[in-house]
Ligand binder design. Sequence first.
Ligand SMILES: Cc1ncc(COP(=O)(O)O)c(C=O)c1O
Length: 304
Amino acid sequence: MSKVVRFWENTAQTPIQIVEAPIFIELGLRVYIKRDDLIHAYISGNKWRKLKYNLIEAEKNGFQTLLTFGGAFSNHIAAVAAAGKALDFDTIGIIRGEELRPDSNPTLQFAAKCGMKLHFVGRTAYRDKETLAHFYGRDAFVISEGGSNQLAVPGVAEMVEEVKNQLGGKIDYFCTALGTGGTAAGILSVFENEVLVFPSLKISSEEAAQLILTHIPQPTGRLKVIEKYHFGGYGKMNDTLLDFIRDFETQTGIPLEQVYTAKMMYGLVELAKEGFFKSGTQMVVLHTGGLQGRSERLPPIKRK
Ligand SMILES: Cc1ncc(COP(=O)(O)O)c(C=O)c1O
């Protein structure tokens, strides 16, 4: 078996647990969370799923170097750096923001420590990824921003199949946060009912659908984009969101972070309060990880 395949096959299935938030119990909703945040210490959540077939492909085709893109706090950059270190790939990260340095924040420090070569580029240059990839890594295997491409889809789809086996019974809704769309695409490629998608950035439903459908032309399920809960845009947060995280963690013991998972969960709670779901609805929320980028304004995560 190849080294990359062995690495991915050697992981335990992540747990699925009921979310014991009083509001869900009061409304008679069975909300389960798939704890992919627990999948790996550094390649966490949807990154684990999206990278699997990308790295298998890179290894199969004899690539020694992985090149990818991300913002200053990118979970994907951290995950690719960690995967490269674990599997002996060289890694190159092209980072948006020419004012940044390898020690600008813990995410970049971590990536640099894993051996990732970081290149910092201005916002305009960052848009032209093809030119950048050619310039900085002519012989590298290029992984799109956020790890979202067609090879991300089967890895995420495996997570959905895992959930179906774990849970049994009908799942009415599957919920995920959205950034670059690969995770939602993977879910929609195999889930038959409604997929609720919560963008963490200011984006219209049509734009979100377009992002997702570039990776899978033929979804099996129905897509519904809940565009209201971005809290001002990507990376933006406020005290309401941070208070929500603290309360949610006290009630459920499930850690969230402010960029993706908390915005999704906040939106889900609001939808429930508005009466969007009927009593008896059963749904699954994907915990996409990202806890490495948790705000310093939140308490440290307690692990049992
Ligand atoms: C923690 C977390 N949640 C959700 C997402 C959004 O996933 P996607 O970019 O596949 O839409 C990301 C980005 O990959 C992420 O890091």
